[in-house]
Design a protein around this ligand. Structure first.
Ligand SMILES: Cc1cc2nc3c(=O)[nH]c(=O)nc-3n(C[C@H](O)[C@H](O)[C@H](O)COP(=O)(O)OP(=O)(O)OC[C@H]3O[C@@H](n4cnc5c(N)ncnc54)[C@H](O)[C@@H]3O)c2cc1C
Length: 542
């Protein structure tokens, strides 16, 4: 691995060594004739809690791992301000996330293509999902087994979750053999990005094995301020280490991979964005592009919790000091058990209305409950059904508040703004209640502890939604791909109206996909690597 040299011109400079960044660093540096520099705001991202899948509880909220973004007061959630965690280390959010591997529905990508984005239909993106994947079941047409990224089955199955799956089937929700095949409808245990009981972040899967390449320079703990331009061509970047400003020069391209909050903020600090937003932040306009930071979408979630009887879940296995010690010893000795799995084990993708073109809610079921989101667990067995909306209509934004890169951007999601989204919130709770009332769950004598059986009318359910709806940590769309006036990048992810500048991360999604967003982000990075290689070599990818 090379060391950063100020006097050197790098072919490609990437801003953000996160989920997409690590994949792209691997693919671009595979050609030894190409010099790649990747700048990451956080650290190396090593340590026990990064490796242990359930360690995310110890990472979120800690400044060395999490950017600690805080949203603006949400007008449709009684003015609540939400913490918005984002991974701050190599691997980015893939190093603090819930590890679930979900691609979404073919409908999502076909919609992207119908918006005029060539090469983004389900059929076109499927090979790119497969390329990075090391799926643990060989022989499936929809999966790859030769990639770097381990996708494996859960090693824990609480009996209550097995019964929940049966209860969903009783309610007419089909059992799904493979929710990643393009049609996600149904109920299934999630597969997760875990290898032998260790979190397989994109840093671990794609970066660590190739870190020795001499044509790859990775700088950590370095805060990117902005892109520099020569006319309308991106020529390099300004970043800082320990408050000392540094400049790096790019011969071919500058690539933004700082995520859905980070990338629009860097663009705006560089003078690329809506002129009124830039002038409010005291930034001179280099290139007017009104869509930068707009179109923010996320899957908000609403929680329904049940206390159970006659069984154990994580609450009772890990709720005491002794219990936690035993789980810890099991994990250390075997890399198995609840600490070696993802926090959410079972999923159901459901249509709440027969007219929906694809499932419109996703239930994440976990074998634990707590009075507050992420808080200490109850002392009795319980399960949480976190239901997220899959295709929200509400849109928010993420804009810089100041030209100083250490000042957080203003992030507003506008959750529950649209009537259709409020309706889904009500249907989400009703869907869970129907499943849990099925006979397969009877032996656990479920008691609803959230929102509680007292909350029944539409007004009461809506009030509960306003008080409790939260981010599912899937912000996307703030540098959207497309051809319309609000699009930021074209369908090869090049920033409209500028040259030598691309965005490669979750921010380019024109519309959020019907499921968790890390696998789609890796797919985006795989496609971008082909675009970049094709443009450099003139050879079309096979
Ligand atoms: C708590 C949590 C749970 C989640 N659970 C799941 C899940 O179970 N399954 C799933 O599919 N998805 C999940 N997600 C979402 C998924 O992880 C993200 O959608 C995906 O990782 C986004 O990738 P990205 O490359 O766009 O951004 P990131 O991975 O966030 O990468 C951005 C990188 O840029 C760096 N950066 C940002 N700004 C700067 C700057 N100014 N200077 C230098 N560096 C900068 C960051 O440190 C980071 O490394 C979860 C996310 C979180 C936070």
């Amino acid at each position: 691995m090379g060391a950063f040299e100020r006097s050197r011109t790098y072919d490609y400079i990437m801003m953000g060594g996160g989920t997409a960044g690590c994949v792209l660093a691997n693919r671009l540096s595979a050609d030894p004739s190409v010099e790649v520099l990747m700048i990451e705001g956080g650290g190396e991202g090593r340590g026990f809690y990064v490796d242990m899948p359930l360690g995310l509880a110890f990472l979120i909220g800690r400044p060395q791992y999490d950017w600690l973004y805080k949203g603006e007061p949400e007008p449709y959630l009684d003015g609540r301000r939400m913490p918005l965690p984002r991974g701050k280390m190599l691997g980015g959010s893939s190093a603090i996330n819930g590890l679930i591997y979900v691609r979404g529905h073919a409908y999502d990508y076909n919609q992207w293509a119908q918006l005029g984005n060539r090469g983004w239909s389900w059929e076109s993106v499927l090979p790119y999902f497969k390329r990075s994947e090391a799926f643990h079941h060989p022989g499936s047409e929809a999966h790859g087994t030769e990639g770097e990224w381990s996708v494996s089955d859960p090693n824990v199955r609480w009996e209550a979750l097995v019964a929940y799956r049966q209860a969903a089937i009783e309610q007419g929700i089909p059992a799904s053999d493979d929710y990643n095949s393009g049609d996600n409808e149904g109920v299934a245990f999630f597969v997760a990005t875990i290898k032998n009981g260790v979190r397989h972040s994109t840093a671990r899967a794609f970066l660590q094995p190739i870190r020795h390449r001499r044509n790859l320079t990775v700088v950590t703990n370095a805060l990117v301020d902005r892109v520099t331009f020569d006319g309308k061509r991106a020529s390099g970047i300004i970043f800082s280490i320990d408050g000392q400003s540094q400049e790096a020069k790019a011969g071919r391209e500058v690539i933004l991979s700082a995520g859905a909050y980070g990338s629009p903020a860097i663009l705006e600090r560089s003078g690329v964005g809506a002129p009124d937003v830039l002038s409010d932040a005291g930034i001179e306009v280099l290139h007017g592009l009104p869509g930068v930071g707009e179109n923010l979408q996320d899957h908000w979630h609403i929680r329904v919790q049940h206390r159970l009887h006659n069984t154990h879940t994580l609450n009772t296995r890990g709720g005491t000091r002794l219990g936690r010690m035993l789980l810890g010893m099991q994990y250390l000795a075997t890399k198995r058990g609840p600490l070696g799995g993802s926090p959410t084990l079972l999923g159901a993708f459901i249509k709440t209305s027969p007219d929906a073109p694809a499932p419109d809610i996703q239930i994440h079921v976990s074998g634990s409950t707590s009075p507050s989101f992420g808080g200490a667990m109850h002392p009795f067995p319980g399960i949480t059904s976190s239901v997220c909306i899959l295709r929200p209509e509400s849109r928010g934004h993420c804009h810089v508040a100041d030209r100083d890169p250490s000042v957080q951007p203003r992030i507003l999601h506008n959750f529950l703004k649209e009537e259709a989204d409020r309706e889904i919130a009500i249907r989400s709770v009703e869907a869970v209640r129907r499943i849990v009332a099925s006979s397969a769950m009877d032996r656990f004598e479920p008691e609803e502890i959230l929102p509680t059986a007292a909350v029944q009318s539409r007004d009461e359910l809506l009030d509960y939604a306003r008080r409790t709806v939260n981010t599912t940590f899937h912000p996307v769309g703030t540098c959207k791909m497309g051809r319309d006036r609000m699009a930021v990048v074209d369908d090869r992810l090049r920033v409209h109206g500028l040259s030598g500048l691309r965005v490669v991360d979750a921010s380019i999604m024109p519309a959020i996909v019907s499921g968790n967003t890390q696998a789609p982000t890796v797919m985006i990075a795989e496609k971008a690597a082909d675009f970049i290689r094709e443009e450099r070599t003139g050879v079309q990818a096979a």
